[in-house]
Design a protein around this ligand. Structure first.
Ligand code: ACO
Length: 428
């Protein structure tokens, strides 16, 4: 027998089923609440609201656990490549050799953009933010690939998954090339996913290019740790848009827009700007910690805090280690990394941060690695989007495959004016 939760609601005792997940997380299923009582629940920012049941990612913010399809993030980051993890997220199981090489091949055959799509880039201003370009071009995929828009046709969904996985790095690299005034490099299908991306970003026609294997390895790890994070803002956006049966390209484009925000994926860009600001201001870390604690100031330490993690973000641990290794290997003495380390130490020991359980998050160190790789700040969130793509796809697919799928349509409590008499314009 399923467990029930009793709620006293305006003098009536009501019972609602308790839903229990495989990791013993519990929720009260209030789907019958309005029907039974006429009441709804209010939960600004959805802090207590589960929007769905999902079998993709488990995270426990109190203990700092993150697993994709049951596999700890630490194991995946150490042993897999990004395409393998993408397969795991989207299809639920780690692929065997044949499945993986088929998946890789099918992605490779879609890496080029339609030539007319390349012309879009001429229309964007040179200083356009690459996230704006990314979301626009992904949205435009719905116009070029009209043969794969039906969310209810599994074959069409499969082809749009491959098109997105294959073309996102090309679209992303071209937005960088555009901002640099460099020619677009065509994809090279004999290269790995990450090598190909770096080749499209940095190669020029006048000289040979070979991606540094250290960078390839670091990029692979970064894409893996960003690949999914259950019902975060952008993933919930993808699900929300997809719930209206909008096609996959349109849904992912919306997710990219959500990710762009500085309170979400845009934080990695904001972290480096903040570190630069501290450096230019003389490197006084304490001053910035004090500013972050001052409620009148409004300044926040970018890269600290998380809605769910009230412990060290396990992804931040992995990235920090990789960051140390990369900087040592490259013998780079990045002053921003030194400031980041001091900031982390001060904040971790400061009562304000300790009390509120504000730990460095995934964005805190990723920016430093991207900098070391020569990736411009404006591209940081674009790389996050490349990593998050398989997670978005997995959630969109899971939602469509669920027999209980419904359009997402929250309610509200209206608190505006009561009915008023219309006043004609000349009397206002
Ligand atoms: N610096 C200083 N104080 C902070 C910070 C911070 N970075 N983050 C939270 N706080 C404080 C808040 O002022 C609040 O204090 P109070 O209780 O005295 O009012 C308390 O900690 C709780 O913060 P909330 O804003 O309620 O936490 P919420 O869960 O809504 O926000 C968020 C989480 C948006 C990540 C927040 O911590 C933040 O703005 N961090 C900086 C931006 C950032 O790094 N974002 C990336 C998140 S990871 C990702 O999206 C991939």
């Amino acid at each position: 027998m399923s467990k029930m939760a009793k709620i006293d609601c305006e003098g009536h005792e009501l019972e609602f089923p308790v839903v229990e997940g495989t990791e013993n997380e519990k929720a009260i299923d209030i789907s019958a609440l309005r029907k039974q009582t006429g009441l709804i629940t209010i939960d600004e920012g959805y802090v207590n609201t589960g929007s769905t049941q999902s079998g993709i990612t488990f995270l426990n913010g109190e203990e700092g656990i993150l697993r994709y399809r049951g596999y700890p993030i630490e194991d995946l980051a150490k042993n897999c490549d990004f395409v393998e993890v993408a397969y795991l997220l989207i299809y639920g199981e780690l692929p065997n050799q044949t499945e993986l090489s088929d998946f890789r091949d099918s992605i490779r055959h879609h890496t080029m953009l339609h030539e007319d799509m390349r012309l879009f880039y001429n229309g964007f201003p040179r200083d356009a933010h690459p996230m704006a370009i990314l979301s626009s071009v992904v949205s435009a995929m719905s116009t070029f690939y009209q043969d794969s828009l039906d969310p209810h046709d599994p074959e069409q969904v499969e082809i749009s998954i491959r098109r997105l996985m294959a073309k996102l790095p090309t679209i992303a690299a071209y937005s960088h090339n555009k901002s640099e005034g460099q020619p677009f490099a065509y994809p090279q299908n004999d290269l790995s996913y990450c090598e190909n991306f770096l080749q499209m970003m940095f190669s020029v026609p006048c000289e040979p290019y070979k991606a540094d294997p250290t960078f390839v390895e670091a990029l692979n790890m970064l894409l893996i740790v960003h690949a999914d994070h259950e019902q975060n803002c952008s993933t919930s956006t993808v699900r929300m848009v997809g719930s209206a049966d909008s096609n996959l390209f349109a849904s992912i484009s919306a997710g990219i827009c959500a990710l762009w925000g500085p309170l979400h994926g845009g934080a990695n860009e904001a972290v480096v700007s903040m570190l630069q600001q501290i450096q230019e201001d003389g490197g006084d870390v304490d001053k910035y910690v004090a500013m972050a604690k001052d409620k009148e100031n409004g300044f926040r330490l970018m890269g600290f805090g998380h809605r769910v993690y009230k412990n060290f973000d396990p992804r931040a641990k992995i990235i920090k280690k990789a960051c140390d290794q990369l900087l040592n290997k490259l013998d780079l003495d990045d002053p921003l990394f030194e400031i980041a380390q001091r900031l982390e130490k001060v904040a971790l020991e400061d009562e304000y941060f300790v009390k509120r359980k504000l730990y460095p998050n995934v964005d805190f160190y990723s920016g430093v690695i991207y900098r070391a790789m020569g990736i411009p700040v404006g591209m940081f969130t674009v790389l996050f989007a490349m990593g998050r793509l398989p997670g978005w796809i997995a959630h969109w697919k899971e939602m469509h495959e669920s027999p209980s799928k419904r359009i997402c349509r929250p309610r509200q409590i209206y608190n505006g004016p009561n009915v008023r008499e219309f006043v004609s314009i000349e009397n206002r």
